[in-house]
Design a protein around this ligand. Structure first.
Ligand SMILES: NC(=O)c1ccc[n+]([C@@H]2O[C@H](COP(=O)([O-])OP(=O)(O)OC[C@H]3O[C@@H](n4cnc5c(N)ncnc54)[C@H](OP(=O)(O)O)[C@@H]3O)[C@@H](O)[C@H]2O)c1
Length: 301
């Protein structure tokens, strides 16, 4: 076993998972990834189900999930089921295996989304704000978070930390990978009025927050994984355009996204919510990227 510990990561091949793997390895952790594709230091979900958690696992992180914003996939009932199952079922599998394990990891870190909070132009949400079931994404987040609950007695303690993440900004994947070219060509701009909030977090801060959750025995429960200075979609567009030295004024009407993505899915970009990382800050976590201008500069450097 590595001296720092051994971390098992569901969906560790993805955008966030790859960045997390690099950080963990640089800190001396051993990393095993659960993936649908075979490879070195990987196990499959099937193998995991049969054999249980790998021996000496000290922390488990789940980042698995079918990419919701895959523009090539139509928003069909089948695709929605895939989006749901790839998050809720994988999380439930890991929770079950942790609950059954004789030697438990000390922490289970799962991700969820700010879609748990109802889009609103004014309301401020913290981790304590009530989350309803008002659309597909809020129901998904609720079930996803519930799936992480462990079924074991308090003496066999394994902390559960759920990070409700905003849009993750990094060069290697997610939204920035999709927007880089249009913005670089000067074709970027706000979506709709651009006044909708866009909760965001820099990839370096999100991976640091996951590691912080693994290493800090006092951290438990829900943490909003968003930068402390909220921004709107328009403010993001201007900051990203400025960082690239390109204009980014031309708005893209919301209806374009409603048609391209389906209205139910397009909500993720056409509407937004103001999310404050109250518990994250009070836990003592220190952000590297607090405001969108500094974050955007780092993305084009
Ligand atoms: N990126 C963001 O802005 C953002 C914001 C909030 C929340 N999140 C959440 O964070 C998680 C990771 O995001 P990401 O951006 O790193 O995503 P990603 O790059 O698409 O990676 C997700 C990983 O999940 C696995 N996966 C995909 N479809 C699956 C399926 N049907 N069944 C089981 N596993 C599947 C894949 O691993 P294999 O192919 O190796 O199996 C993939 O590497 C997701 O759950 C996402 O919803 C992301």
């Amino acid at each position: 076993m590595s001296t720092a510990g051994s971390v098992l990561i569901g969906g560790g091949t993805g955008f966030i998972g790859s960045a997390l793997r690099n950080v963990l390895k640089s800190k001396g952790y051993g990393v095993t990834v659960i993936s649908r594709m075979p490879g070195p230091s990987r196990i499959s979900w099937n193998e995991l189900n049969h054999k249980g958690l790998p021996k000496d696992t000290t922390a488990v992180v789940n980042l698995a999930g079918q990419n919701v914003m895959d523009f090539t996939r139509r928003w069909t009932a089948g695709f929605k089921q895939n989006v749901y199952n790839s998050r809720v079922n994988t999380t439930a599998t890991l929770a079950k295996l942790i609950s059954e394990a004789v030697e438990k990891p000390s922490v289970f870190v799962t991700i969820s989304g700010v879609g748990a909070y109802k889009p609103d132009p004014q309301k401020e949400y913290t981790e304590e704000s009530p989350c309803g079931e008002f659309d597909f994404f809020s129901k998904l987040c609720k079930d996803w978070e519930k799936a992480a609950e462990l079924n074991c007695d308090a003496k066999q303690k394994c902390r559960v930390v759920t990070i409700r993440s905003g849009v993750v900004l990094g060069r290697e994947g997610g939204m920035i990978k999709q927007l880089y070219l249009p913005f670089y060509l000067g074709l970027g701009g706000p979506i709709g009025t651009g006044n909708q909030y866009m909760p965001w977090i820099h990839i370096d801060d999100l991976t640091s927050l996951i590691v912080y959750a693994i290493e800090n025995p006092k951290v438990e429960g829900v943490l909003n994984g968003v930068a402390p200075v909220p921004c709107t979609n328009k403010e993001f567009s201007l900051a990203f355009g400025k960082a690239l030295h390109r204009p980014a004024f031309i708005p893209i009407p919301s209806i374009v996204f409603d048609i391209l993505l389906n209205k139910e899915r397009a909500i993720m970009v056409t509407e937004g919510q103001k999310v404050i990382p109250k518990n994250t800050l009070s836990s003592g976590f220190k952000y590297k990227y607090q405001n969108i201008e500094v974050a955007c500069k780092s993305l084009v450097a």
